[in-house]
Design a protein around this ligand. Structure first.
Ligand SMILES: Cc1cc2nc3c(=O)[nH]c(=O)nc-3n(C[C@H](O)[C@H](O)[C@H](O)COP(=O)(O)OP(=O)(O)OC[C@H]3O[C@@H](n4cnc5c(N)ncnc54)[C@H](O)[C@@H]3O)c2cc1C
Length: 483
C-alpha cells in the first residue's frame, strides 16, 4: 500500500489525506501549527469567540460539484445545519444604502430604485448574474452566456464606471476592490442568489474539526506542531532533525515560501508564471474583533463603510467592512455581540506589516491604533453603541505569515484581473515524480472549495501513477514468467 506524506493540515492537506485514505493509501499529515485547519480557523478571547474564515462557503447547495466534495470530506452533510443569510453585504452613501440581496428580483428593484438613469446597466448586470447561475449549473438562471462574457474584459472598477450614481459605483468597488475581474462578482452573485454560499452553523473551527474527524475516522494520522524544513521525493525532514519516509509527498504550503527552501527544486512553471504575472495580485487584510455590550441586530452580512480621508494613508485603504455573527448564539455571552472588521490591503502594505513585526513595540502600537480607529468608525456609524464597544483583538498579515508561513501573509491566493478565467493548474514538480504541490495556490483566487478540490485532484494523479506502476510491474512479471 502506498504511503502519502502531506505537509500542512489546512483544508487542502486534510482533503488530500481523506481522498488518500478513500483510495486505500496510508496517509500522514504534518502540521507546523498547534491546531489543524490552516486558514479555516478561529479562537477564543475571553468570553467571545472569533471566527476567522467562512464568510460564504460555495457548495452548500446540494446541486453542485463542490457539495459532493464537502460531503466526502465531512465539511457538510447530514446533521450539519446551514445558516442562510438574506444579505451578502451593504454599502452606504449620504444616508442611502444598497444591499446585495439573496432575492435577485429584489436586488434588481433596489438597484433601479437607487438610480433610474442607471436602469439599463442595472438590468444588464442582473441578466449577467442570471447567466452565471445557469453556467454554474444551479437550477434556474438564464441560458445566455453572452450576457456574462460581456463582463470578462472588465475589472470591478470598469464595471463601476458604467454606472453614474455614486452609490452604485461604490456597490461594485467596495466589495472585492477595483482591480478584481468583474467575472468574480458575477460568480459570487450567481452563487449567492442560487441559494448557495451559505454558512454552516458553528463556523470555521467546527468545520475544521469535522474534516479532521472524518480523516481520523478513515484511519489517517495527523501530527501537529511538526514543521517540515525539507521535502523530497518520498521523504521529509523536520525542524527537530527527525525525518519520515513514504512513497509520495504533497506540499500544501505557499509555493513561494516553499520553493528553493523546503523544496530544493524550481516551482512548477504554471504556478511560477502566476507569481510573475503583475496583474495577479496577492493581498491580505488587517482585522479586529469588536465586543459590544448590546445584542440588538443592526445589519446583516457585511456592512462596508468609507474610511475618512485622514485615516486612509494609515490604514492603507478607503473602506472597512464589519461583519456580524448574530446567528451564532455561542460566539458572545447573552446580551452582547461580537463584530469583526476587515481592511483589505495589497501585497506592498502586507510586507510593511511583516517587517514591522520584527519591532514588537512598534507593531503593538500599530495594532492598538488600528483597533482604536476601527472601534471609533464603528461607533460613529452605530451611535447607539457609543461607549459600549471594546476592541478585543487585532491581527495582520504578520499573523498569517507566522501561522501558515504564506510568503506575504496572504490567506487566499491571487486576486484575478479582467480577461482571466481561473483554472486549476498541475502541481507536479519537474524532476521529482513523487512530489507535488496542492492547495489554494493552484487556482486563483483560492478559497475553501479550490483548496479542497486541489486535495482531491492530487490524489487522482497519484492513483494514475500507482495504476501505471502496477501495470508495469504486472508486465515485468509476465515477461519474467515467460522468459
Ligand atoms: C479571514 C478569512 C476569511 C476567509 N473567507 C473565506 C470564505 O468566506 N470562503 C472561502 O471559501 N474561503 C475563505 N477564506 C480562504 C480560505 O480559508 C483559504 O483559501 C483556505 O483555507 C486555504 O487552504 P489551504 O489548505 O490551501 O492553505 P492553508 O490554509 O494556508 O493551509 C496550509 C497549511 O500548511 C501548514 N504549513 C505551512 N508550511 C508548513 C511546514 N513547513 N510544515 C508543516 N506545515 C506547514 C500551515 O500552517 C497551514 O496549516 C478566508 C480566509 C480567511 C483567513
Amino acid at each position: 500500500m502506498a504511503k502519502v506524506i502531506i505537509v500542512g493540515a489546512g483544508v487542502a492537506g486534510i482533503s488530500a489525506g481523506i481522498y488518500a485514505r478513500l483510495a486505500g493509501y496510508d496517509a500522514v499529515i504534518f502540521e507546523k501549527h498547534h491546531t489543524a485547519g490552516g486558514n479555516l480557523s478561529g479562537w477564543r478571547r475571553g468570553e467571545y469567540f472569533i471566527d476567522n474564515c467562512i464568510h460564504w462557503l460555495t457548495g452548500t447547495n446540494k446541486d453542485i460539484e463542490s457539495y459532493k466534495i464537502w460531503e466526502d470530506i465531512g465539511m457538510l452533510g447530514d446533521g450539519v445545519e446551514i445558516f442562510k443569510p438574506n444579505v451578502l453585504y451593504t454599502v452606504e452613501l449620504d444616508g442611502q444604502s444598497l444591499s446585495f440581496s439573496r432575492d435577485i428580483e429584489k436586488l434588481e428593484d433596489d438597484m433601479v430604485a437607487v438610480s433610474a438613469e442607471d436602469e439599463k446597466e442595472s438590468r444588464a448586470f442582473i441578466g449577467a448574474v442570471k447567466a452565471a447561475q445557469k453556467l454554474l449549473k444551479f437550477g434556474g438562471g438564464e441560458n445566455k452566456p453572452t450576457r456574462l462574457l460581456k463582463y470578462l474584459p472588465m475589472t470591478m472598477g470598469d464595471l463601476a464606471d458604467r454606472f453614474k450614481h455614486p452609490l452604485l459605483k461604490r456597490f461594485f468597488t467596495y466589495f472585492l476592490g477595483e482591480k478584481f475581474g468583474a467575472l468574480a462578482m458575477l460568480i459570487v452573485g450567481g452563487t449567492f442568489c442560487s441559494g448557495d454560499a451559505d454558512i454552516p452553523y458553528g463556523g470555521s473551527v467546527a468545520a475544521a474539526e469535522r474534516i479532521v474527524k472524518r480523516y481520523e475516522e478513515l484511519g489517517g494520522e495527523l501530527v501537529l506542531g511538526k514543521e517540515v524544513v525539507r521535502a523530497d521525493d518520498g521523504k521529509v525532514i523536520f525542524a527537530d532533525g527527525s525525518e519520515e519516509t513514504g512513497d509520495y509527498v504533497i506540499i500544501t504550503a505557499d509555493p513561494a515560501a516553499a520553493a528553493g527552501r523546503m523544496v530544493r527544486a524550481k516551482m512548477p512553471r504554471a504556478i511560477a508564471k502566476r507569481y510573475k504575472n503583475k496583474k495577479l495580485i496577492r493581498f491580505s487584510s488587517v482585522q479586529c474583533a469588536l465586543a459590544a455590550e448590546s445584542d440588538k441586530k443592526l445589519f446583516e452580512g457585511d456592512i462596508i463603510i468609507s474610511i475618512p480621508d485622514e485615516y486612509r494613508e494609515e490604514l492603507g485603504s478607503d473602506r472597512v467592512s464589519y461583519r456580524e455573527y448574530y446567528h451564532e448564539k455561542d460566539f458572545a455571552p447573552e446580551g452582547k455581540s461580537i463584530y469583526q472588521s476587515m481592511i483589505f490591503i495589497d501585497e506592498e502594505k502586507s510586507k510593511e506589516y511583516i517587517s514591522l513585526d520584527a519591532d514588537k513595540v512598534e507593531y503593538k502600537e500599530k495594532k492598538r491604533r488600528i483597533g482604536e480607529i476601527s472601534r471609533e468608525l464603528f461607533e460613529k456609524r452605530f451611535p447607539e453603541l457609543s461607549g459600549k464597544v471594546k476592541c478585543i483583538d487585532v491581527w495582520t498579515p504578520a499573523t498569517y505569515k507566522r501561522f501558515t508561513g504564506a510568503e506575504v501573509g496572504s490567506f487566499m491566493s491571487f486576486l484575478f484581473p479582467k480577461n482571466y478565467i481561473p483554472l486549476h493548474v498541475d502541481g507536479s514538480i519537474e524532476g521529482h515524480p513523487r512530489m507535488f504541490y496542492a492547495g489554494q495556490w493552484l487556482c486563483p483566487p483560492g478559497g475553501l472549495p479550490n483548496a479542497a478540490k486541489s486535495g482531491k485532484l492530487v490524489i487522482e494523479k497519484i492513483k494514475k501513477l500507482e495504476q501505471k506502476h502496477a501495470s508495469h510491474a504486472k508486465a515485468a512479471k509476465t515477461v519474467t514468467a515467460e522468459g
